[in-house]
Design a protein around this ligand. Structure first.
Ligand code: ADP
Ligand code: AMP
Length: 214
């Protein structure tokens, strides 16, 4: 099962992708998580990516595409995978289509988690992330048991630098300019499915399971 999660930053792609990965036993591949892990480990890629991420801009395609192509070629992706945060531009989508074409494969589902802009700022200012294990919470909709402490690993949870309101506005305009055109791209490939991302998390997940099958 090869799945792409589409949607604005903060729409709930990561929240749903983790549940999809657990239910269907496929890897969850988040380019944002990969970049944040590289930043934490002080790699060259991390240093380059951070400059773009802190400004709410996209990391250039040439730093992003090879990374994903290498990841999906690994053995654990043989049964499928769920991509979260990739592709984010038409050239990235074309690189993915071409790479899979070469091995006689194709993506099967592009699930657009649809949330209007007015809900996004609220979602992102309330998001708390564990930079140790990647778990994500929301101070109102999905709080940690103990304030500021990750339920999964016990580390501190933080407001991501790029979730501050001034950067969120920039990320939203980047989304509309560069990523939203992918909705049409996948509609034309006949694999686009849309879910209402304003519903509670469990309801969104049920809608996704109705699309993917039990
Ligand atoms: P994305 O991966 O698309 O950037 P996340 O999955 O991290 O988004 O979700 C953004 C924030 O909104 C998180 O704090 C998450 O807990 C919260 N959230 C996700 N889905 C919902 C939902 N359906 N209703 C309310 N809050 C949600
Ligand atoms: P995310 O965790 O998906 O919200 O991504 C956080 C940030 O990482 C984005 O705002 C971008 O700067 C960068 N990023 C993640 N995925 C991509 C991608 N596919 N292409 C370019 N930049 C990306």
């Amino acid at each position: 099962m090869k799945i792409i999660m589409l949607g604005a930053p903060g729409a709930g792609k990561g929240t749903q992708a983790k549940q999809i990965a657990a239910k269907y036993e496929i890897p969850h591949i988040s380019t944002g998580d990969i970049f944040r892990a590289n930043i934490k480990n002080g790699t060259e890629l991390g240093k380059k990516a951070k400059a773009y991420m802190d400004q709410g801009a996209l990391v250039p395609d040439e730093l992003t595409c090879d990374l994903v192509m290498d990841r999906i070629a690994q053995d654990d992706c043989a049964k499928g995978f769920v991509l979260d945060g990739f592709p984010r531009t038409i050239p990235q989508a074309e690189a993915l289509t071409n790479a899979l074409n070469k091995i006689g494969q194709a993506m099967e589902y592009a699930i657009d988690v649809d949330v209007p802009d007015e809900n996004i700022v609220n979602r992102m200012s309330g998001r708390r992330a564990c930079l140790n294990c990647g778990a994500t919470y929301h101070i109102v909709f999905n709080p940690t048991k103990e304030e500021g402490v990750c339920d999964a690993c016990g580390n501190q949870t933080v407001l991501r630098e790029d979730d501050k309101p001034e950067t969120v506005q920039k990320r939203l305009s980047v989304y509309h300019e560069q990523t939203q055109p992918l909705i049409n791209y996948y509609k034309e490939q006949n694999i686009l499915r849309t879910v209402d991302g304003t519903k509670p998390m469990d309801d969104v997940f049920s809608d996704i399971v109705a699309i993917l099958g039990e």
